[in-house]
Design a protein around this ligand. Structure first.
Ligand SMILES: *[C@@H]1O[C@H](CO)[C@@H](O)[C@H](O)[C@H]1NC(C)=O
Ligand SMILES: *[C@@H]1O[C@H](CO)[C@@H](O)[C@H](O)[C@H]1NC(C)=O
Ligand SMILES: *[C@@H]1O[C@H](CO)[C@@H](O)[C@H](O)[C@H]1NC(C)=O
Ligand SMILES: *[C@@H]1O[C@H](CO)[C@@H](O)[C@H](O)[C@H]1NC(C)=O
Ligand SMILES: *[C@@H]1O[C@H](CO)[C@@H](O)[C@H](O)[C@H]1NC(C)=O
Ligand SMILES: *[C@@H]1O[C@H](CO)[C@@H](O)[C@H](O)[C@H]1NC(C)=O
Ligand SMILES: *[C@@H]1O[C@H](CO)[C@@H](O)[C@H](O)[C@H]1NC(C)=O
Ligand SMILES: *[C@@H]1O[C@H](CO)[C@@H](O)[C@H](O)[C@H]1NC(C)=O
Ligand SMILES: *[C@@H]1O[C@H](CO)[C@@H](O)[C@H](O)[C@H]1NC(C)=O
Ligand SMILES: *[C@@H]1O[C@H](CO)[C@@H](O)[C@H](O)[C@H]1NC(C)=O
Ligand SMILES: *[C@@H]1O[C@H](CO)[C@@H](O)[C@H](O)[C@H]1NC(C)=O
Ligand SMILES: *[C@@H]1O[C@H](CO)[C@@H](O)[C@H](O)[C@H]1NC(C)=O
Length: 545
């Protein structure tokens, strides 16, 4: 401050001196006092440009018209009262002074040259890679160079829309604006533009733009994804996991991961508006306790995650086996059912064992055990859920052959020329074959199927059941009745004799008891006679068939 005092004083005294000189000069001399003109007045030139300056005096005989400047100059032309100078390489604002002598008096005139320069660099600072919707972000533009600064404006733009307009101040000039991010800003191009407005100077508006930067905005709700997964998983079995979340923008950019423990799951993602559903189908290979299914969603560097505890268990069907699948009757068979540790097995008829212990049953194989199914039920408790698995096995007992008396009658009485079935069943495993043949002639009779009975079928048969386990035989008598004409007459004769005997007995009774009338005898005869005669008729009708 101290050095300013004398300086200020000096200026003030200079100014008073000038005023004094002015006032002292005669008014005529001042009015007549010729002037010196500098053209153009207050020119604006591009940096490094050149300019033609004309200094003209309006006094009759001016002498020594000169131009005082620091710039490189060249006298290009001159007239009686003027001189024209070419100024070149104008790189900065400067003042030029024209001077001349008019009637021995020096006169001067000055003007300022303004240099204009377009900015060297206009740059919009990088935008955040991802901007959450609803949060403010800052646009920052830097401008290097550019003159005159008073006429330089910086405009921040979203697409073509102006967001802010500020003067460029400082070097580099920095302009900022805070803008709230919206969904619509996703993919929007932000840029910065400088405007050098020299329209007043008759030069126009010069614009320069930064390269644009694209913004990516996103929205991720505070809620965690919704995870649907079974809480128990069986090793080797396919399971499905769903993970969904709504309110995600842009949903197509969201990255979804589903993992079981450290096993990444392959998933398909369905998107609808702002919601997605990721579905994975997977199988687990190893048993693990306290595993977790994780679903995480990553978007714009932010993420949401949901975890679910799962138990991966192994539960194989119980092993059920017989000491021998096929046994002879009367042998001991062991039925054993085994399963993994922690599994409880229950075998029909066997005592219930502790988890992990096999269940065993011992039976003396009987005929009735042939084809018997033994079933074993395995039970495992996983995550408060009880699971069951069953397995059964069939026992085959070799026995027989045996022929049931009830199913193989020993005596048959058949009429000749009638169709009959010889029933004789045998049991056994393997199933025996049955064969009935006549004792003497070795004639075979089909068993179980109808056949036409002939007289020669009469006789004793040996019905034999045969299987790999042995054979058994029963004797069956087949009696065939002959129905030829002679036997008919014999039967008729027998009937006639029988009739006569009855009549005689009746007559004796009637005569012995006088109250009775003879009408009954006549009736008896008449009823018995058609009876005897009907039978040959029936037979005669049957014969042709
Ligand atoms: C300089 O100015 C004078 C007077 O105004 C004029 O006559 C002359 O032509 C001008 N010279 C040039 C080169 O413009
Ligand atoms: C213009 O002037 C600058 C300094 O102001 C100088 O460095 C440059 O060489 C000049 N250019 C010409 C063409 O004279
Ligand atoms: C500014 O814009 C002009 C045209 O208007 C161009 O010639 C110049 O190279 C631009 N400058 C920059 C730094 O982009
Ligand atoms: C964003 O900026 C505006 C002012 O520019 C302010 O009112 C608003 O609270 C800001 N929002 C947030 C989320 O910071
Ligand atoms: C440019 O700047 C000059 C002085 O610095 C001022 O007079 C003029 O009005 C400005 N022009 C514009 C368009 O701002
Ligand atoms: C932003 O610019 C890129 C190329 O630079 C263009 O593909 C995209 O469509 C522009 N975005 C908008 C919203 O105009
Ligand atoms: C996931 O899918 C890829 C190809 O689609 C396949 O190669 C890979 O084996 C799958 N992984 C699982 C665990 O299924
Ligand atoms: C999402 O899960 C995957 C797989 O588990 C993991 O690699 C990734 O780091 C997780 N991302 C986040 C943000 O937790
Ligand atoms: C999941 O298991 C972890 C231990 O592995 C336990 O800390 C957590 O509480 C369990 N979460 C649920 C929901 O049971
Ligand atoms: C099995 O039963 C048969 C007859 O029922 C008997 O003869 C045999 O001794 C029994 N076998 C055993 C090992 O008890
Ligand atoms: C059946 O099991 C008993 C004991 O459980 C054993 O002594 C016997 O040898 C087994 N029999 C067979 C045929 O495996
Ligand atoms: C035993 O099980 C088999 C099928 O496994 C079935 O066909 C058969 O009828 C069953 N036998 C009995 C006696 O239940």
């Amino acid at each position: 401050m101290v050095p300013l005092g004398p300086l200020l004083w000096a200026r003030q005294s200079l100014l008073s001196l000038l005023l004094l000189v002015c006032c002292l000069l005669p008014p005529g001399a001042q009015g007549q006092a010729s002037s010196l003109r500098v053209e153009p007045q207050d020119p604006v030139v591009p940096t490094g440009g050149s300019l033609l300056v004309n200094c003209s005096a309006d006094c009759p005989n001016p002498s020594q018209i000169a131009l005082e400047t620091a710039l490189s100059k060249e006298l290009v032309d001159s007239g009686l009262s003027w001189s024209a100078f070419q100024l070149s390489n104008v790189t900065s604002d400067s003042k030029i002074i024209c001077s001349s002598f008019c009637s021995g008096n020096q006169i001067t005139s000055t003007t300022g040259i303004t240099v204009y320069r377009l900015p060297e660099r206009v740059e919009l600072a990088p935008l955040p890679p991802w901007q959450p919707v609803g949060d403010n972000f800052t646009l920052r533009c830097q401008v290097w160079g550019g003159a005159p600064r008073a006429n330089l404006t910086v405009v921040l733009l979203r697409g073509q829309k102006e967001l802010s307009r500020q003067p460029a101040v400082g070097e580099p000039a920095e302009v900022t604006a805070t803008v709230p991010a919206s969904r619509e800003d996703y993919g929007a191009n932000f840029s910065c533009r400088t405007e050098l407005d020299l329209r007043h100077q008759g030069l126009g508006l010069f614009e320069n733009s930064s390269t644009s930067r694209q913004l990516r905005t996103f929205a991720l709700p505070m809620t965690s994804p919704h995870l649907t997964a079974p809480h128990i998983l069986e090793v080797g079995k396919e399971f499905t996991v769903d993970c969904s979340l709504d309110g995600v923008f842009p949903v197509w950019k969201a990255q979804v991961h589903l993992a079981l423990g450290d096993q990444m799951l392959n998933l398909t993602v369905l998107r609808h508006r702002d919601a997605f559903t990721a579905t994975a189908m997977a199988t687990t290979r190893e048993e693990q306790e306290g595993a977790q299914i994780v679903c995480n969603v990553t978007l714009g560097g932010d993420s949401r995650e949901t975890r679910k505890n799962v138990t991966v268990y192994r539960f194989e069907e119980p092993m059920l086996y017989l000491s021998k699948d096929s046994v002879l009757e009367g042998t001991m068979v062991n039925v054993t059912c085994k399963a993994g540790t922690r599994v409880t097995v229950k075998l029909d008829g066997a005592p219930i064992m502790a988890p992990g212990q096999p269940a065993q049953l011992q039976i003396n194989a009987t005929e009735s055990d042939d084809g018997r199914n033994f079933s074993c039920n395995a039970r495992l408790e996983v995550g408060r859920k009880i699971l069951h698995k069953n397995r059964s096995v069939q026992l085959s007992v070799l026995y027989g052959p045996k022929i049931d008396r009830a199913k193989c009658p020993q005596h048959w009485m058949w009429k000749e020329r009638s169709y009959q079935v010889l029933e004789c069943q045998a049991r056994g495993n393997p199933a025996p074959t049955m064969n009935c043949s006549q004792e003497v002639s070795k004639l075979n009779v089909p068993v179980g199927i109808p056949f036409l009975v002939k007289l020669y079928h009469n006789g004793i048969y040996h019905c034999q059941a045969v299987s790999s386990q042995g054979m058994t035989t029963v004797e069956v008598v087949m009696e065939v009745q002959d129905w030829n004409a002679r036997s008919v007459t014999i039967t008729m004769a027998v009937l006639v004799v029988l009739g006569l005997v009855i009549i005689t007995a009746a007559l004796l009774y009637v005569f012995g008891v006088p109250k009775r009338s003879g009408m009954y005898h006549v009736k008896d005869r008449s009823t018995s006679l058609p009876l005897t005669s009907e039978q040959p008729d029936g037979l005669a009708g049957e014969e042709p068939s």
